[in-house]
Design a protein. Sequence first.
Length: 374
Amino acid sequence: MTRGVALTLILIAWGAGCSGDADRPAHFTTDQLLLSEGKYYVIGETDPYTGPVINWYPSGEKQYEAQIVEGIPQGPAMNWYENGQKMSEVTLEDSQPVGTMKGWHSNGAKHFEMPLHEGKQHGLVTEYNTGNHRIASTRYVAGVREGEAIGFDASGKKTWQANYRNNLLEGDFFEYHPNGQRSTRSPYKDGTLRGVAEGWYPNGTKSWAAEWNGHKAMGTHQNWHPNGKLQRKQVFADGALTLYTEWHVNGQMTLEAKYRGTAIVSQKRWDAKGTLLLDEGATAGLPPARKPTPPKPNPFSAGRRTVWVAGQLNRVYKDKDADIVQTAFGTPDEVQGNVWVYNKLSIINTATRRRLTTAHFYINKGTVILVEEK
């Protein structure tokens, strides 16, 4: 974004003001200011404007406030919720956000702390819930996630841990039970799930294992009962289910079904004592032959929990595979033709202080061609 465009956005969001002659207003509206050669002027005046920039809600509550010095935004920039609670605060130097941007929830609880460098996240970004408890910390370099990210519950216990490279999941993604025991491990490469993922019960006993290549199931997927005995086994070939078997908690096989494509070609069922109940032909009660959905990268959808800077989503995800978007954000809230809509996001325009909540991902032939923030 050019400095001129950034300044235009600032004034669209903030309104304007000035001091001077007694017959002049205390501050000016956006329509009363003009951008020329990188500086702002009151329309009809020849000297760059110096004074407060203020915007108000229709209710009369203050919405934004900053200062312009000799035509350039400088110093503290703040915005508020309509209930009067401060929403965010950052310092501007020559229109560029610097230092640490801070945000608050509408109830006054801390929302985030975002260190900035050249207007982008740079350093450890920390997020909090409405109860003022830390829920995530993510390291950024020049606006993209780079390095370790950790999630926490309200008591401060770790709930997940990830590593990012160039804003994509890289290496093992871990989730944890409330008792601190690891609950899942999912391997990622360039933001895509690849390899054998596995899970454990709270006591440390293995509960499942599954191999993935992106969204394609591979090899043998297995689940175990809490007592350690095999519960389920699924065998896949090129993403298609070929064999499905289940066992009772006592170790007795209860189901065996073979598939070809989406059709069941044979099946058998037994009760817990091993008595044969069904032998080939009937299909009632069998699971459909369909490709399973791979495990989510975490229950909180890391992309939805991230505090984004305006324009960052398009820079990060344009020309990327659509599967990478689903890995980071989960299932879209809405699909409008070739547009995936995600709501309830946190997108901050560091120039205007305006907070956006919706992103539209335009998909063409499985690839992101544009991301718009609204």
